[in-house]
Design a protein around this ligand. Structure first.
Ligand code: NAD
Length: 448
């Protein structure tokens, strides 16, 4: 990847200062050399929040309010499995902060889903909706289950039962779920139907629905498209040439596969992608559509024709210009950060970089476009879907994409300007802007 002016590789000179309060550089072993420990997802989000709170000198009483969740619901979800056994799952819905509007956030099905993770993701949603300035608060949901081992019928029963159990904290003007890992438009259709059977036809109760049920055109691609728009803006403002730039993407689900399919529009070539079963690479550039077709036929990128295999760990350490983690959280931590060689990291997944790794990467001058900005395209188009449902009107796809581009561009410019003026990282700038917005709304509403 070359800068537009000089044709040279992007280096730390083009980046804002770290502002992470760290002391030493990385050691060759991959240990961070910093005194920031690895921590749980919620502790990590709180760590970034505390940095922002200190930066903007947030009053202690407001810190206490904005740091913790408004409501945390944990429910028992007993399901009759196909073989007749009763299995009891645990589900969560956490509403972090609703000062700026109804709670908003996805529902995740995953074996590792727990309250700490859902709480962290709910807080990230509060900051994300504030960064892109859409009128929502932050929430998240999850069910601890292994969806890969469940039949469609089992997943439907789980979704309907879970929806029933959390329905009294949901509402079009109260809390509006959406898809996340291992949930999709079909899951949202079941949620909407379960909710509507109790409260009457209510399409606006979830977003990310099938288009036939009031879903928005462009919602499926929105998170990946937002990632690409954000990278385009960042490249323009930071002087990063993307023509021929190499890209590796971890995760080939909703976000990863759409990012891979759209990013070529910027002139980049995708050289590696992966999923839970493994990865594939081709240094000359993958035929992304062929990989996508292979996934449709086999449910994995593994063994896509004309590719070599690569592990998920090695993919993260490839010598590429742009790395897009688009799967799990905490995949770049103190244990591998010393081997991560990408010049730009676009956080399509939520919380893919731990605070310890973040400090090292900031020190090294790696550009990190933070999750609360980079992957906000999904919730932005969810907002457009909700607006269309309330107005009982449909936008065409070009209109959705134009509005998405405007929102992502405005958010990027605000974050970049703040990072430049204050001499801080993009992450700290994004958090500072978000916390200030929520703080103002909370004060005006009399929360404190
Ligand atoms: P998804 O379920 O559609 O896809 C997840 C992908 O990650 C799959 O390809 C899966 O195989 C892969 N994966 C799972 N475990 C893995 C592992 N151990 N190693 C490597 N790959 C693994 O989920 P998604 O909706 O694409 O979400 C991906 C990330 O993006 C999550 O962090 C999610 O919170 C975030 N996100 C999603 C949206 C959205 O609109 N869907 C919006 C914002 C952020």
């Amino acid at each position: 990847m070359a800068t537009e002016e000089t044709g040279t590789k992007v280096t730390s000179e083009s980046q804002p200062a770290a502002g992470t309060g760290v002391r030493e550089g990385p050691s060759p072993s991959g240990s961070t050399g910093h005194d920031i420990p690895e921590m749980s997802p919620f502790a990590a989000v709180s760590f970034f929040f505390d940095q922002a709170a200190a930066h903007i000198d947030l009053a202690p009483e407001m810190r206490e309010v904005l740091r913790s969740s408004y409501r945390e619901l944990s429910v028992q979800v007993p399901i009759r499995m196909d073989d007749g056994r009763l299995q009891v799952f645990t589900g969560y819905r956490v509403q972090h902060n609703g000062a700026r509007g109804p709670y908003k956030g996805g529902i995740r099905y995953h074996p590792d889903a727990d309250l700490d993770e859902v709480r962290a993701l709910a807080a990230l949603m509060t900051w994300k909706t504030a960064v892109v300035d859409i009128p929502y608060g932050g929430a998240k949901g999850g069910v601890r289950c292994d969806p890969g081992a469940m039949s469609l019928g089992e997943k439907e029963r789980l979704t309907r039962r879970f929806t029933g159990m959390i329905s009294y904290v949901l509402g079009v003007n109260r809390d509006v779920p959406a898809p996340d890992m291992n949930t999709d438009a079909q899951t949202m259709a079941w949620m909407m139907d379960a909710y509507s059977s109790r409260y009457g036809y209510t399409p606006a109760i979830v977003t990310g629905k099938p288009v036939e049920l009031g879903g928005s055109l462009g919602r499926d691609a929105a998170t990946g498209r937002g990632v690409v728009y954000c990278l385009r803006e960042a490249a323009n403002d930071l002087g990063i040439g993307l023509q021929g730039a190499t890209v590796a993407i971890q995760g080939f689900g909703n976000v990863g596969s759409w990012t891979a399919r759209i990013i070529g529009e910027l002139g980049c070539k995708v050289v590696a992608v992966s999923d839970v079963r493994g990865g594939v690479r081709r240094d000359e550039g993958l035929d992304v559509q062929a990989v996508y077709d292979h996934v449709r036929d086999t449910r994995s990128v593994v063994d896509a024709p004309g590719t070599e295999s690569i592990s998920n760990e090695d993919l993260l350490e490839l010598d590429v210009d742009v790395l897009v983690p688009a799967a799990l959280d905490r995949v770049i931590s103190g244990s591998n950060v010393g081997r991560v060689r990408a010049r730009v990291i676009v956080e399509a997944a939520n919380h893919p970089v731990t605070p310890a790794a973040d400090a090292v990467l900031q020190d090294r001058g790696v550009t990190i476009i933070p999750d609360i900005l980079a992957n906000a395209g999904g919730v932005t188009v969810s907002y457009f879907e909700w607006v269309q449902n309330i107005q009982q009107f449909r936008w065409d796809e070009d209109h959705v994409n134009e509005e998405l581009a405007k929102t992502m561009s405005r958010a990027w410019k605000n974050v970049h300007a703040r990072a430049t003026v204050d001499g801080i990282s993009l992450r700290l700038a994004a958090f500072a802007i978000a916390v200030e917005k929520v703080e103002r709304a909370a004060r005006l509403r009399g929360y404190v």
